[in-house]
Write a protein that binds this ligand. Structure first.
Ligand code: PPS
Length: 287
């Protein structure tokens, strides 16, 4: 499945055709969730891989075997990507499922579901920078041209997977509505991974003893994940992800957007942000 230049569109949202087909997108929006499923929902570049690692570590009580032997897309497949039916239908017990889809597209499938949902949110300034560099290396995403142009497309919601604003407003509106919904930020995890790990393990009803927690923390540190070929995408061939143009595990920092944005871009971003998010007050922690 190369289709590197193909784009698929669903509900006006564009998806890379290398990973999605109309069939796979329709499979996702009609997916029969089980109450025993755990769903990790994120806008791209918000800490998806990190949360996949955290949930895997918690559910395996800190035993690193699975995370070191099975790629993240197999142990926590993206629901909307073309290979997921094969992986999900073969798994009979508890499933960890990932999605970048906005809530609006999964609303029907999740209606009345008791699946556990973890939504990870990240400061969109760091998201757009991370996404920009990812577009440079991922040959299944359009060439981003300059950061200025990419920033405009991001703010207008024209990038793959759609508008960050719609994504965040849609999913966070489900706090207290969906039966088992938990929202956490990349920044909280960055500043206090141990505290977050305890909160996530309690949400998953899988409390860890100190030794299990210590092993889980070690496994999910940026350096461990950066060096783990099962999560750092180094196994993906260069024609799909050009590793000479960057690393998937790029910096793993908070607030690094300040090194990319100009003053003019900061003002423009802040204007769009305050008009889009006026009814959705969210603050992002910084160092
Ligand atoms: S994707 O393509 O949507 O699945 O990307 P996603 O995993 O959501 O986001 C990638 C960014 O997360 C950073 N990352 C981490 N940061 C801190 N600690 C850990 N363990 C970790 N794992 C992944 C990764 O470096 C990307 O962020 P940037 O800012 O580009 O470095």
């Amino acid at each position: 499945m190369a289709r590197l230049d193909v784009r698929e569109t669903l509900h006006n949202i564009s998806f890379p055709g290398h990973l999605h087909t109309q069939d796979s997108l329709n499979y996702a929006i009609n997916f029969p969730f089980r109450d025993t499923d755990t769903l990790i929902a994120t806008y791209p570049k918000s800490g998806t891989t990190w949360m996949q690692g955290i949930v895997t570590a918690i559910e395996n009580r800190g035993d690193p075997h699975l995370s070191k032997t099975v790629p993240n897309w197999t142990r926590a497949p993206w629901l909307e990507q073309y290979y997921s039916p094969g992986v999900l239908e073969a798994s009979h017990g508890h499933r960890i499922i990932t999605t970048h889809l906005p809530y609006q597209l999964l609303a029907n499938a999740l209606q009345d579901s008791k699946a556990k949902i973890i939504y990870v949110i990240r400061n969109p300034r760091d998201v757009v920078v991370s996404y920009y560099y990812f577009h440079k290396m991922a040959n299944f995403l359009p060439d981003p041209n300059s950061f200025d142009e990419f920033l405009d497309e991001f703010l207008e919601g024209k990038v793959s997977y759609g508008s960050w604003f719609d994504h965040v407003k849609g999913w966070t509106s489900q706090a207290g509505v969906l039966a088992n919904f938990f929202c956490i930020s990349y920044e909280e995890m960055w500043l206090d991974l141990q505290g977050c790990m305890k909160r996530i393990s309690s949400f998953l009803e899988c409390p860890l003893v100190d030794e299990e927690l210590a092993r889980s923390l070690k496994q999910c540190s940026f350096s461990s994940m950066r060096d783990n070929p099962m999560v750092n995408y180094t196994q993906v061939p260069n024609e799909i992800m050009d590793h000479s143009k960057g690393h998937f595990m790029r910096k793993g920092k908070i607030g690094d957007w300040r090194n990319t944005f100009t003053e003019v871009q900061i003002d423009h971003f802040d204007n769009v942000y305050s008009s889009q998010m006026q009814n959705c007050p969210i603050t992002f922690l910084s160092e």
